[in-house]
Design a protein around this ligand. Sequence first.
Ligand code: 13P
Ligand code: ZN
Length: 278
Amino acid sequence: MNAPRSLFGNIEQVLADAGEVAALLCQRGWAERNAGNISADVTELADVADGEFDHLPLTPLESACPEMACRVMLISRSGARMRDVAKNPSVSMAAIGISADGRAYRPFQGASGGMTRPPTSELCVHLRVHQSLRARSAVQSAIVHTHPTELIALTQAQEFCEEEKLNHILWGMHPEVKVFIPEGVGFVPYLRPASEGLAEATAAALDRHRIVVWEKHGAIATGRSLAEAFDLIDTPNKSAQIYLLCRSAALQPAGLTAAQLAELKEVERFFRSFGDSA
Ligand code: 13P
Ligand code: ZN
């Protein structure tokens, strides 16, 4: 039997994006140890022939994802350090294929010469979100989960563990948040990392939002690219930073007024005309 060929030749650009985003996550200080995980649906780029990998063993999934049947994903490995993804994405990222019934996945051999570690412990979260993106024919195909320090800090205060209050602060601290996230960020109360409950609640919240904050844990965003998903976390985290900076200097931040927020629709339309907002 021939050794499975490398898939990575066809998905170079996505791997390069993964490396760039991983470097940014490290630069922001959001990537302690193995913090965070990223994935992209690369089916159209991966060029996998029907049945080509059927001889490779399947690993059952806890929850079936029929919309993802036969899809190919690039996903960070469990325990992968973002600093290693940045240096050599083809080693720290795994390519996996979902079975025809959507009930299992098989790791494909990649450029690293084999599956050294399984996909992220939060594979169930990524799959559930990809599944619902496909179910509603969304344009997004990439997911970034990370630990943005200041957004997490806000969720230590019960008053911000609620979408309306959280968005009021995030929109009010900087105009860019309202311009690029006019629908606001979503919020998911604390649930065990890597749990099916977290996967379900996150997919539901991401049906209404492109970025969701996980109480006392992190944030997860969807984008047309990994870079776009990163930006959706970076922008509101800047607002959280400004808010906390003001508070730690004993300043009471005024926030943008309702009229100032309303007039930002004009700016939002401007960027939308370039396709900057999905
Ligand atoms: P993994 O190393 O399994 O991706 O876990 C990282 C993480 O951030 C869990 O929430
Ligand atoms: Zn995490």
